[in-house]
Design a protein around this ligand. Structure first.
Ligand code: SAM
Length: 280
């Protein structure tokens, strides 16, 4: 039984990092006059109200997007991400938050295709309501990791895969690595972005080791912590592991992460990691 609902977490500091990295990658893909394919293995419903009971219950967006809203002189990648959030809101006030499929849908051109997977029946129904009527968007109420491997390589031969599980099941940490390896075997030149939470540091260390040992080249890691590692406080940091990143991404994150760590860190505890896990 899936109990995770992204509506409790939309716009939190983890979404800020995830979506900043995602916008940077899409901006790069958009520079070329050739269609790309976007595949989202764990899409969520795509649109969140920040005054909903769920958002207000955790208040997580207040320590995330709300701390950036209306700020001037942002690093360019962060301001491009904020542009997407503000396009979605349409007004000066921060009322709502776009999920990953919505951000891609706002940015893509008519010829760029999207594959969206969401396993939860209600989330899937909501997603269908948010994206219906476009034949270039394919939606499936099935397992996203299986859907990923089955759809590689995309006919465009260029694109972004976002893997953003809820990690409700412990084996997911291993499954994502296995699926990445299988997908990469079929589509070695694609860009893959894997989100991970730091709840137990040892679990992430193991995932990093597995990826380093996989034989896949060109892997970078970007992590944002708002508190020091702790096994008692739940998630204290989260990161994005990117395979085949645009060459511009490392510099952009070196520029953005110190700012995000300072702005979003709690009591000055913000930290970040920018690392090349495997060279090109
Ligand atoms: N990617 C979204 C975003 O950035 O806006 C947020 C996704 S949320 C972290 C994870 C979603 O994955 C949840 O909506 C959950 O119902 C869904 N989910 C869980 N297991 C899944 C699976 N095996 N396949 C597809 N979706 C799954």
């Amino acid at each position: 039984v899936l109990s995770y609902r992204h509506s409790y977490h939309a716009g939190n500091y983890a979404d800020v990092l995830k979506h900043t990295v995602m916008v940077s990658i899409l901006d790069y893909l958009l520079q070329k006059d050739k269609p790309f394919c976007y595949l989202d293995t764990h899409s969520g419903c795509g649109a969140y109200q920040l005054d909903s009971e769920q958002s207000l219950k955790t208040g997580e967006f207040k320590d995330g997007i709300a701390k950036l809203w209306g700020k001037q002189n942002l690093p360019v990648p962060v301001s491009r991400y904020l542009e997407q959030v503000s396009t979605f809101n349409g007004v000066d006030k921060l009322n709502s938050y776009p999920g990953s499929p919505m951000i891609c849908n706002q940015m893509r051109r008519d010829d760029d295709r999207m594959f969206l997977f969401e396993l939860h029946p209600n989330e899937f129904t909501n997603m269908r309501g948010n994206f219906s009527g476009d034949r270039r968007i394919k939606m499936a109420n099935t397992d996203g990791l299986q859907g990923l491997v089955a759809n590689m390589p995309p006919k465009e031969r260029r694109g972004l895969v976002l893997i953003d599980p809820s990690y409700e099941i412990k084996t997911e940490y291993e499954e994502v690595v296995e699926s990445l390896i299988a997908a990469h075997r079929r589509f070695a030149t694609g860009t893959y972005a894997l989100w991970y939470p730091v709840v137990k540091r040892t679990v992430i260390n193991k995932m990093e080791r597995a990826l380093k040992a996989s034989g896949i080249k060109n892997i970078q890691l970007f992590e944002l912590a708002i508190e020091a590692d702790s096994e008692e406080h739940g998630m204290t940091a989260s990161g994005m592991i990117v395979i085949n990143p645009p060459w511009t991404l490392l510099k952009e994150m070196q520029h953005s992460l110190p700012f995000l760590a300072e702005t979003l860190g709690i009591d000055g505890q913000g930290q970040y990691r920018v690392e090349t896990l495997v060279a090109e």
